[in-house]
Design a protein around this ligand. Structure first.
Ligand SMILES: [Zn+2]
Length: 332
């Protein structure tokens, strides 16, 4: 058993309470590689932001769970080395699908876990979440649950259609499951293709897809029923069109990739939404930088030559999200 406290990590309880009260949201960035981790920590330190580093089941399969845990421990030390005296870094399991996986993470240094029972019948979702909460709370680990189903594809999580969270269920669900935060479905979606062209309108000037707006009425109803309770938004990448254009201009093929407009995320951050998940935007920033590099310098073959601009580009994106969208800067 390794407690996250020994690694210098923190759980989400205090940072969520501050974020809800302060009208901002904590960035939750997924990571699989060293360069993503470095970029996340550099961005968080430079902006003085708390940060959630999250690991999906797919990331554990790709990079190995043990390595990722030591990388998170390294992230804390790296943040201190960069001059941050008191880093607030969470290591979070994204979309845990079984009690066993959550337990394994809790036993191995994670400070927060998500148990995603959203595809189960309501009562089974409560029962599974409660089981994880009872175990997690023994070790002061916080638990995110999910109610409602998001559309899109993210690692092994996939659903063709979304089902908005039903506001009438949130009080019963959170009370009986004991979860610390709740991921809801109000129209965000996983991946770089969040909406089909049929779900969107097209901007006549640019020809780009304009996605349907988030269901703020549902969010506000949930806020009224659960005052001050931490709400989480998954699938909240914006799929920046300049990155998509760079990818497509340098041999890529991402037609009609579309995300959530940043104005809407900015608005959500001011509400009880206190954790916003961003994964695809990091993938796009990295891929765009690497494609551009290879196109311009076809003779390069040292990974450092193309991973360095990729890391810089991700860092710039993370800083932009923290300062311009979530408002979590200067909160340490
Ligand atoms: Zn998700």
């Amino acid at each position: 058993m390794t407690s996250y406290k020994e690694l210098g990590l923190v759980n989400t309880r205090e940072m969520f309470a501050k974020a809800v009260a302060g009208g901002y949201a904590i960035p939750a960035f997924n990571f699989n590689t060293l360069e993503q981790m470095q970029a996340i920590i550099q961005a968080a330190v430079e902006t003085k932001s708390p940060v959630i580093m999250q690991v999906s089941k797919g990331a554990r399969n790709y990079a190995n769970g043990t390595i990722l845990r030591y990388m998170a421990q390294g992230a804390v030390e790296y943040a201190k080395e960069l001059g941050c005296e008191n880093p607030q870094i969470v290591l979070h399991l994204d979309h845990g699908d079984t009690f066993e996986l959550c337990k394994d993470c809790i036993d191995n240094g994670f400070s927060s876990v998500m148990i995603d029972g959203s595809s189960l019948p309501y009562e089974e979702n409560i029962a599974l979440t409660k089981k994880v909460v009872e175990y997690a709370h023994k070790y002061d680990v916080t638990v995110e649950a999910e109610l409602g189903v998001l559309a899109g594809v993210e690692d092994e999580v996939a659903s063709e259609v979304s089902h908005y969270t039903k506001p009438e269920e949130v009080v019963d669900f959170s009370t009986r499951s004991g979860c610390d935060s709740l991921a809801i479905s109000i129209g965000t979606s996983h991946g770089a293709y969040k909406f089909t062209p049929e779900q969107c309108t097209r901007d006549p000037k640019t020809g780009r897809l304009v996605p349907p707006p988030l269901a703020f009425d549902i969010l506000h109803e949930i806020e009224k029923k659960l005052p001050g309770f931490p709400i989480v938004l998954h699938g909240s990448s914006s799929v920046p069109q300049d990155e998509v254009d760079t990818i497509n201009a340098h041999g890529g093929k991402l037609p009609d990739a579309v995300g959530i407009p940043e104005e809407q995320l900015r608005e959500a951050s001011k509400s009880a939404v206190c954790k916003i998940n961003i994964d695809s935007d990091s993938r796009l920033a990295m891929t765009a930088a690497i494609r551009k590099h290879f196109d311009e310098k076809p003779g390069d073959f040292d990974p450092r030559q193309y991973l360095k601009p990729a890391r810089e580009s991700m860092k710039k994106m993370y800083i932009h999200k923290i300062v311009e969208v979530l408002g979590s800067n200067n909160k340490l």
